[in-house]
Each structure stands twice: as C-alpha cells, then as structure tokens.
Design a protein around this ligand. Structure first.
Ligand code: DX5
Ligand code: ZN
Length: 216
C-alpha cells in the first residue's frame, strides 16, 4: 500500500460553487478530488459529465479521479479524457472486455481504476485488477452520498490486496468517516473517498484532519 490519500467526493458539495469547494479542500492539503459521474441508468441518480469537468479543470490542478457509474463507459471514456480527468474508474458489471478497456483508457493518457459493487464478488475483477493502477471497493450501493458503510463489502479489500500486491492502489468509497477509516486502512485501503464526512460539514479542513487523525 502507498501513502494514504484522502479524496473528497464533490457529490456532497455545493454544486453551485464547485470550484470554490475544490479550492477549499486543496487548501486543506488533499491531492485528489473524486468526481462521481452518474447516468440515471447504471445508478438511479444523475450528476455531472464532461462539460462540468472540463470547466473545473481550468480551476484546479488536483488529480481528477473520475468514477464512472454509467452503463456504457466505452462510449464516453474519450470525452472524459478530453475533459481532463487524470484517472478513469469503470464498473466491472458493465464491461465485457475489461482488459481492452484498461488499454483503451491508458491509450487516452489516463490511469485506470476498476470497481465493483458491494454485491459483486472479488472473482469478477481477479484477472483485470493486477493490470490496473487502482481498484475501487464500493462500501455502499453506488448512487447517493451519505449512505451507511457496509462492513461486509469492506472485507473484500483484504482479498483485493492479496490479488494485486503492494503496488496497485486500493480506493474505498461509501460511508468513509473517522470511525470507518481505521477499519478500511487495516484491510489495506490507501485511498479514501469521503463525501458527506467532508462536504457535509461546515469546516472542511477540520473534517479532513479528523479523518487523518483516525489513521495516525
Ligand atoms: C456513491 C459515490 C460516492 C459518494 C460517497 O455512489 O460513488 O463517491 O460520494 O459519499 P459518502 O462519502 O457520503 O458515502
Ligand atoms: Zn464514487
């Protein structure tokens, strides 16, 4: 596992002032911002797409970590790469040829993540995971911020770590806060997505510090 990074998810931010929200977490020292893309098809919710991300790109130098909760990632990865994301994470549940998808995303100049829903077994990503830069383990059903952490899904982190070894990042997403952070770090996660626990609080720097203190 690498150094532990906190990746605030803007899903719980004020969408009317996203650039300011990102500046606030940047000032608090984070290096990554997590961008949740939803298509109202793979998940029952709708968020942002390439135009908003391209606009944000002009306001931020953070690593843009895009999480594509969309049914046909193959049709849109190029648009996200052009919008300026650094990492593209796709869902294994909707991709027929994951290895081809990894090459495609790399050819677009981005790093690659693969992710799996809470009910998807680790076996589904066993072959492709070692080829990726990152594996994202979902600890809620994707679609909404502020849901409750699922401990059984988090246990998969340890299995993923055994499969990928130390050099692939393991990101965890869903219900991450100062209480759940020590659990997922103990399992081997090194990239912590937090939406509600950061943007749901008035003092984002204090919220980020609280997560950091939970792993010291
Ligand atoms: C959920 C998204 C998450 C979400 C996490 O579908 O993928 O990134 O923002 O939100 P919290 O941290 O509030 O559970
Ligand atoms: Zn996410």
């Amino acid at each position: 596992a690498g150094t532990i990074e906190i990746a605030p998810s803007i899903l719980s931010a004020d969408f009317g002032k996203l650039a300011d929200e990102i500046a606030e977490v940047t000032a608090a020292g984070v290096k990554i911002v997590h961008l949740d893309v939803m298509d109202a098809h793979f998940v029952p919710n709708l968020t942002i797409g390439p135009p908003v991300i391209a606009s944000l790109r002009r306001h931020s130098d953070l690593v843009f970590d895009s999480h594509l909760m969309i049914s046909e990632p193959d049709r849109y990865v190029e648009a996200f790469a052009k919008a300026g994301v650094d990492n593209i994470t796709f869902h294994i549940e909707v991709v027929d040829d994951p290895e081809a998808m990894v090459s495609r995303i790399r050819d677009l100049g981005c790093t690659v993540g693969v992710t799996l829903n809470p009910q998807t077994p680790v076996e589904a990503i066993e072959k492709v995971a070692p080829l990726c830069d990152m594996v994202l383990v979902m600890t809620v059903h994707p679609g909404f911020g502020g849901q409750q952490f699922m401990p059984d899904a988090a246990r998969k982190i340890a299995d993923v770590r055994r499969i990928v070894g130390p050099n692939v990042r393991i990101e965890v997403d869903g219900g991450i806060d100062p209480d759940t952070t020590p659990i997922v770090v103990a399992y081997g996660a090194d990239t912590l997505v937090a939406g509600n626990a950061i943007f749901g609080r008035p003092d984002r720097a204090a919220a980020i510090d609280a997560i950091r203190r939970a792993i010291e």
